[in-house]
Write a protein of this length. Structure first.
Length: 381
């Protein structure tokens, strides 16, 4: 049995894509018992292997999997029996779908008044866009979180899934679930957690909003240091067409960078905050970083106080010495994947295997005291 910090917490997760399953993974990594309700497949012989599942859906690692037909009343009742003995529920359907399945909050909370019912959507359960389709870039565009990713020479952009699906979705959903769990443990009262990616991405943009309020970021792209207007906060190409990043915001770090680049006497950089010099300074730095390879710049700058890092691709990141020493990535079932974070000094997270869909159906049904043969005959499982 897991000794992670969430050992003993029981979670029901309705299978889906994106931030919901990632939230379930993180809870499972921390020791929670997560049971995924998968769609029942009519062709059991078509089930993928465990290794195939790990390669494509390692966010299911450490979970139990039961395959259920949610259009079958007996299947719905099976899920409600799981709900009755669980602490948290995660679902990521469009608003109204769980209600139509007979698994809405009212029904589930009637079975288990202590349940924290987590709902993960892009736009939220209410509002004029609630029923519209969308994806990560759309949600963070609406919340304002995407805008600071642009500048004078680039359109607003962000790495897919990080700011919206995971940052504003998964992380805010988990925050809501655990806050609700804490409340339920104190009061015995469960509740619904409406986690919308638009809401969450606005919330985690609090520092950007503060910068906007104080004039460090304006509505004019590239006019401030934080939206890449300054030469000392940007990503630069090297002679080998690889990239590095610098961001020495503090004056002592800025001075260190200038000294190491041989720019200490260059009048373009004499005043870090002289915006009139920024365009020319950026051209100067772009030309300078083009003179060496990324590895040569790493040899000169990495590990110093100039606020520097190479831009690594997903393969390179796995083998970087810092990531290797901290075991940022692990290999499980022959699949490279991120290790659980953060670190705990006592209750250690662990990583389980990725189940085949429906792998634990018999075990779960028997544990609920239900008639497995009858459920299979009815097509519920």
């Amino acid at each position: 049995m897991s000794q992670g910090p969430l050992a003993g917490v029981k979670v029901v997760e309705l299978a889906g894509i994106g931030p919901g399953p990632c939230a379930g993974m993180m809870l499972a990594d921390m020791g929670a018992e997560v049971t995924v309700i998968e769609r029942r497949s009519p062709n059991a012989n078509a089930a993928p292997t465990s290794q195939q599942m790990a390669a494509h859906t390692f966010y299911n690692r450490g979970k139990r999997s039961v395959a259920v037909d949610l259009k079958n009343p007996a299947g719905v009742e099976l899920v409600l029996k799981l709900v009755a003995d669980s602490d948290l529920l995660i679902e990521g359907f469009r608003p109204g779908v769980m209600e139509r399945l007979g698994l809405g909050p009212d029904v589930c909370l009637a079975r288990n008044p202590r349940l924290v019912f987590g709902r993960m959507t892009g736009w939220g359960q209410s509002g004029p866009l609630a029923h519209a389709a969308g994806h990560d870039p759309n949600y963070i565009a609406l919340s304002g979180a995407l805008w600071p990713g642009g500048s004078t020479d680039r359109v607003p952009s962000a790495p897919l899934t990080l700011v919206g699906d995971i940052g504003g979705g998964t992380m805010i959903l988990i925050f809501g679930l655990l806050s609700g769990l804490f409340h339920a443990q104190k009061t015995g009262q469960g509740q619904v957690v409406d986690a919308a990616i638009t809401d969450g991405s606005a919330y985690i943009s609090s520092l950007l909003r503060m910068m906007h309020n104080t004039g460090q970021i304006s509505d004019e792209p590239g006019s401030g240091w934080a939206d890449f207007g300054a030469p000392w906060n940007d990503t630069y190409a090297c002679s080998d067409d690889q990239y590095i990043t610098i961001c020495p915001l503090e004056p002592q770090f800025y001075a260190d960078l200038l000294a190491r680049l041989g720019l200490g006497d260059d009048p373009l950089f004499a005043d870090q905050w002289d915006k009139t010099q920024w365009p020319a300074g950026k051209q100067r730095m772009a030309a300078l970083f083009r003179e060496k390879t990324r590895d040569e710049w790493c040899a000169l700058l990495e590990g110093t106080d100039v606020c520097f890092a190479p831009v690594l691709n997903l393969t390179e990141a796995v083998t970087h010495p810092h990531n290797v020493e901290r075991e940022v990535f692990i290999t499980r079932d022959d699949v490279v994947q991120p290790a659980p974070a953060p670190r705990f000094s006592v209750s250690k997270p662990s990583v389980g295997s990725c189940p085949i869909p429906g792998e634990h159906t018999a075990e779960i049904v028997q544990g609920l005291g239900l008639d497995e043969a009858e459920l299979r005959e009815s097509g519920a499982i």
